[in-house]
Design a protein around this ligand. Structure first.
Ligand code: ADP
Ligand code: MG
Length: 728
């Protein structure tokens, strides 16, 4: 434990900084505008743009909700409107913005400026709007065929709004795009998500159609709760591990951390609130509906959540949210840490994906209704989702697997690596009675009268937050809580959509045949619910996901428990497990292989960077401090001896430091040698890293921490947890 009593200026160079002031948008009379007056001012929505004729808008809408293609002529009208909109607001450049398999976003800027017959003009052609051609070979491609076919294409995704990003010295128009190879292979995260939306739409429409519910289309909806840490910028740049890896590779926990539960929902520090206010302002201008902000459990940890939107927009927005947090943080002399576990010993960060299905008629398919029949529909949809998770929990686990998320899943703070479904007491009781063959009748008195309003009330009220569940029903949506804070959400969303689409399709067939066989809609829905409850009952778990008993119990139930990324990723290329993705065309076999390779390689590379950084920091920081102090101590010991006035404390301290240093150094040697003799095969290599080297690095970290605790504060050259977590 480091017990600094005061910030030692010679060791760390951070001062508490004044808040940054910003100007809130004003009207011409200097009165502050309401958010609703400037919300979305930096997004271009072709549906409301004055420059676009109504007929073209109609056409664009049809294109965005079906497989219809946009004509060049219409694209030109949009391009002209966009260039006028963007340049009149000061934009000089545009870019196709896409999400390669790095998990972050990519952009290449082009000027609107052009020369026509020697005359300077602003111009965006229809084809520039619709298609770009970045070099695909420079993005992760996992050794897929496309490596040799370097051409990649970005193509405009008109379901997600274009937006202007402002910098100090200008504005740039961002055009959301999908990124595919010459052969049509998805090189990005967005393309499969868009395909999964097509699947979920078709399947859900079939389902609704079978039970006479009117809808023109169904989309999945998503709201992301984003957690992050803020630390002072000076501390960040004094910690090579944070700069290189996003997390502290060692660091002694301060005496007080989160034991007193005094940070969660606590009053927000002024400097942090100033940051949040500017952050929200930026989001509003971008048309991102930021709704909540608060302190999270760990000191220095915060959260934001938006109002939900269509999954594809939500996925784009979340990338922008992460980028905006980072950008605004720096203006306030903070650095935002998105890593899932920046500090050992306090909570890490996640991202809850709230997910549901909604129709264009405003029906939320996971909303319990007020009528018996809407209750049976609601129960059937919940049962479908449970069945989907039961079948494909392993794939969902694979979709959220990363080196950084491994530090969080299964630790006693975050959902376990076993995927299960939490329904809350009421629904679980209903499901149990259905499974036990008590004919479920909404008007029956099970334990309670679930006729009408009560089920709605109970299902809603019953969302007592079981924080330990990775996939929880919370009133009118499911919440995937195992997603990492730094992750792009497109991959888990595509998998979730595809899994549910598969079950909805089978369910539609079932309902069609039951109903054509004479069953009432309600009866058919109940039989369907029973069918899925019977088959997937094992996935339902309302208990404590952190407990060891659950690990044992889950194993008995046959639920997979992939503890690490290299354990989880092979599901992607297991043909039995991935058939639901290849059959529906959400992913091709090749694309899954690509993702498996990219993610495995990424895991290895990230860990290797961590190990190298750790070894370097030990040589450049830990050992020099230790050696200096040992010299000092031995001088003291020698002087004492000379003066005949010996004390055991110095000798004992010297001995302890010496012991920790020697053991540490032996482990470091061990690490260096092991790194030289890793297996060739990537998956095997990843497994050795996860199984042997990562635990070894954690042991090394322990020795560093011991030394940190024994070395005088002013001789420790790195910012400590105390500094980073508590100084604002
Ligand atoms: P709760 O407090 O019950 O978790 P909130 O209303 O605070 O509910 O929502 C938490 C997150 O869930 C928000 O990001 C919100 O937008 C999202 N959310 C709410 N309803 C839905 C829905 N139908 N589909 C997807 N996300 C939703
Ligand atoms: Mg939540």
């Amino acid at each position: 434990m480091s017990l600094n009593t005061s910030l030692n200026k010679s060791r760390v160079n951070a001062t508490s900084r004044p808040e940054r002031s910003i100007e809130f948008p004003m009207d011409i009379n200097g009165k502050p505008l309401k958010v609703s007056q400037f919300y979305g001012e930096n997004t271009f929505d072709f549906l409301t743009a004055n420059e676009i004729p109504e007929a073209v808008k109609k056409e664009l809408k049809a294109v965005s909700t079906s497989k219809k293609k946009l004509s060049k002529e219409h694209a030109e009208i949009v391009a002209n409107a966009v260039v006028e909109w963007a340049t009149s607001r000061g934009a000089t450049h545009f870019c196709h913005w896409f999400q390669p398999l790095t998990g972050s976003t990519a952009e290449k800027h082009d000027a609107f400026f052009s020369l026509r017959n020697g005359e300077a003009i602003e111009y965006l052609s229809a084809s520039q709007l619709m298609q770009g051609e970045p070099d695909a070979s420079s993005f992760p491609n996992g050794g897929s065929r496309t490596t040799f076919e370097a051409r990649g294409y970005t193509s405009w995704d008109l379901t997600s709004p274009m937006f202007l990003l402002e910098n100090n010295n200008g504005k740039t128009l961002f055009i959301p795009t999908a990124f595919v190879s010459y052969t049509g292979q998805a090189l990005d995260i967005k393309t499969p998500l868009l395909r999964s939306e097509i699947q979920i739409n078709e399947a859900a429409l079939r389902f609704l159609n079978a039970i006479d519910v009117k809808a023109n289309y169904v989309k999945s909806s998503c709201g992301t709760e984003q957690e992050y840490f803020l630390i002072d910028k000076d501390f960040y740049y004094s910690r090579p591990d944070l700069v290189m890896t996003g997390r502290t590779l060692f660091g002694s926990l301060s005496a007080k951390n989160q034991q007193l539960d005094d940070h969660y929902f606590g009053d927000i520090d002024d400097r942090v609130l100033s940051f949040m206010q500017e952050f929200d302002l930026e989001l509003y201008k971008l048309g991102i509906p930021a709704k909540t902000r608060h302190n999270e459990v760990a000191p220095g940890q915060y959260e934001m959540a938006p109002i939900y939107s269509d999954s594809n927009i939500s996925a784009d927005n979340n990338q922008l949210v992460m980028a905006t947090i980072k950008k605004v943080a720096v203006k306030h002399n903070f650095v935002a840490l998105m890593h899932e576990k920046p500090f050992a010993g306090v909570n890490g960060s996640g991202k809850h994906l709230n997910w549901s299905l909604g129709t264009d008629q405003g029906l939320n398919m996971l909303e319990p209704g007020n009528e018996p029949h809407s209750n049976s529909r609601f129960l059937a949809v919940v049962a479908c989702v449970s069945e989907a998770i039961f079948r494909h929990g392993g794939m969902i686990r694979a979709s959220i697997a990363s080196a950084s998320n491994d530090h969080r899943l299964g630790a006693n703070e975050a959902p376990p690596s076993i995927i299960s479904v939490y329904l809350g007491d009421t629904l679980e009781r209903i499901f149990k009675s259905i499974k036990d063959g008590k004919t479920f009748n909404p008007t029956d008195d099970l334990d309670m009268d679930m006729g009408t309003q009560q089920l709605v009330q109970l299902a809603r009220d019953n969302t007592d937050r079981n924080r330990t569940s990775p996939f929880a029903f919370t009133g009118n949506k499911f919440e995937l809580r195992a997603c990492g804070s730094s992750a792009a959400i497109g991959l888990p969303l595509s998998i979730l959509n595809a899994a549910v689409a598969e079950v909805l399709n089978e369910s539609a067939s079932f309902l069609e045949s039951e109903i054509s066989g004479g069953a009432s809609v309600e009866k058919a829905l109940m039989s369907l619910t029973k069918k899925w409850v019977d088959s997937s009952y094992n996935i339902i778990f309302n208990g404590d996901g952190y407990s060891q008993e659950w690990v044992t119990e889950a194993e008995k139930r046959g639920l997979p428990n992939f503890r690490t990324t290299p354990d989880a990723l092979p599901a992607l290329v297991d043909e039995k497990l991935n058939a639901f993705l290849t059959k529906t065309g959400v992913f091709t076999k090749d694309e899954l292989e690509t993702r498996f390779n990219v993610l495995t390689e990424r895991y290895i590379t990230l860990r290797e960077i961590e190990f190298d950084t750790l070894v370097t920091m030990i040589h450049q920081h830990v050992l020099p401090s230790v050696i200096d102090y040992k010299v000092k101590l031995s001088e003291v010991i020698k002087n004492q001896k000379d003066s005949g006035f010996e004390s055991s404390v110095e000798k004992e301290l010297y001995k302890r430091i010496n012991f920790s240093t020697e053991t540490l150094y032996a482990r470091v040697d061990n690490m260096r040698n092991s790194l030289k003799s890793l297996p060739e095969d990537e998956l095997k290599k990843a497994k050795v890293i996860a199984g042997t080297l990562l635990p070894l690095s954690e042991e090394i970290a322990q020795y560093c921490n011991e030394l940190e605790e024994m070395i005088p504060d002013d001789q420790w050259t790195l910012p400590k947890y105390y500094d980073m977590l508590f100084l604002r």
